[in-house]
Write a protein that binds this ligand. Structure first.
Ligand SMILES: Nc1ncnc2c1ncn2[C@@H]1O[C@H](COP(=O)(O)OP(=O)(O)OP(=O)(O)O)[C@@H](O)[C@H]1O
Ligand SMILES: [Mg+2]
Length: 235
């Protein structure tokens, strides 16, 4: 099967300081690929590079998707402060023409319902919403035109557990029903384990481990993964 994303020895830096030191992987159609690792390991840099927002300093990557959307780690900052949520969503829905009659999300109402937001938010500005509401609005905006590839950087980090589960189930379902591929960056190992097919563990700019999610979490090969797993608080 042709991969949707192919990454080979990718290197990225800021002002000459390299922070991603040659990572290689691929994402298949319909696959949810997770990237975990502690703060500063280079996850967002990798995600932003694949979205075309940072320029690699070495290696190569190819994205064979007709449409790519990104959910940013900073959901509030990614929404235009001068735009009501209605406008932000309509802009996304109508991008390139009106949505098809049989589209999964034909209007703002269907989008809001998918992410569990009420219609009241439509008239509000991002600053009037909570962090979690902004996060859901930005997820809705990214899903509006049913992208083929979703690059999601900590998409559920500001949400409480029940809303998290709802959004993750939605993503999972879209993945299998509409062959949406997802590159999911998350620090929460439970989140990753729940919805990812494969997972890469990133430490200081390199992948120390990569494989099936169940395999990586039940039988970690690297000390770093074992330490990450041991650091998960148990309630
Ligand atoms: N715009 C930037 N300019 C300069 N350095 C940056 C920039 N963005 C990130 N870095 C540096 O690159 C390294 C990796 O950062 P990155 O944001 O990719 O990590 P991360 O794994 O996403 O962390 P977190 O889990 O905290 O979001 C860090 O040392 C960070 O300071
Ligand atoms: Mg990050």
């Amino acid at each position: 099967m042709q991969s949707l994303v192919e990454v080979k020895d990718l290197r990225v830096g800021y002002g000459g300081r390299e922070v991603v030191h040659g990572v290689s992987f691929d994402v298949k159609p319909g696959e949810v690929f997770g990237v975990v690792g502690e703060s500063g390991s280079g996850k967002s840099t990798l995600a932003r590079t694949l979205a075309g927002l940072e320029k690699p300093s070495g290696g190569e990557f190819a994205v064979h998707a007709r449409s790519v959307q990104m959910i940013f780690q900073d959901a509030v900052g990614s929404l235009n402060p001068r735009m009501r949520i209605r406008t932000a969503l309509e802009e996304a829905l109508y991008f390139g023409g009106p949505p098809a009659a049989d589209a999964l999300f034909p209007d703002t109402g269907s989008l809001l319902e998918a992410v569990g937001l009420s219609e009241a938010v439509l008239e509000q500005y991002p600053r009037e919403l909570s962090g979690g509401q902004c996060q859901r609005a930005s997820i809705a905006r990214a899903l509006a035109r049913q992208p083929q590839l979703l690059i999601a950087d900590e998409p559920v980090s500001a949400l409480d557990v029940s809303v998290q589960a709802r959004i993750l189930n939605l993503l999972r379902e879209l993945g299998s029903r509409f062959s949406l591929s997802i590159l999911l960056v998350a620090h929460d190992l439970a989140v990753v384990r729940n919805i990812c097919d494969r997972v890469a563990v990133m430490e200081k700019g390199v992948f120390v481990e990569c494989g099936g999610a169940d395999e990586v979490f039940s039988n970690p090969k690297s000390d770093y993964t074992r330490r990450l797993l041991a650091a998960v608080p148990r309630i």
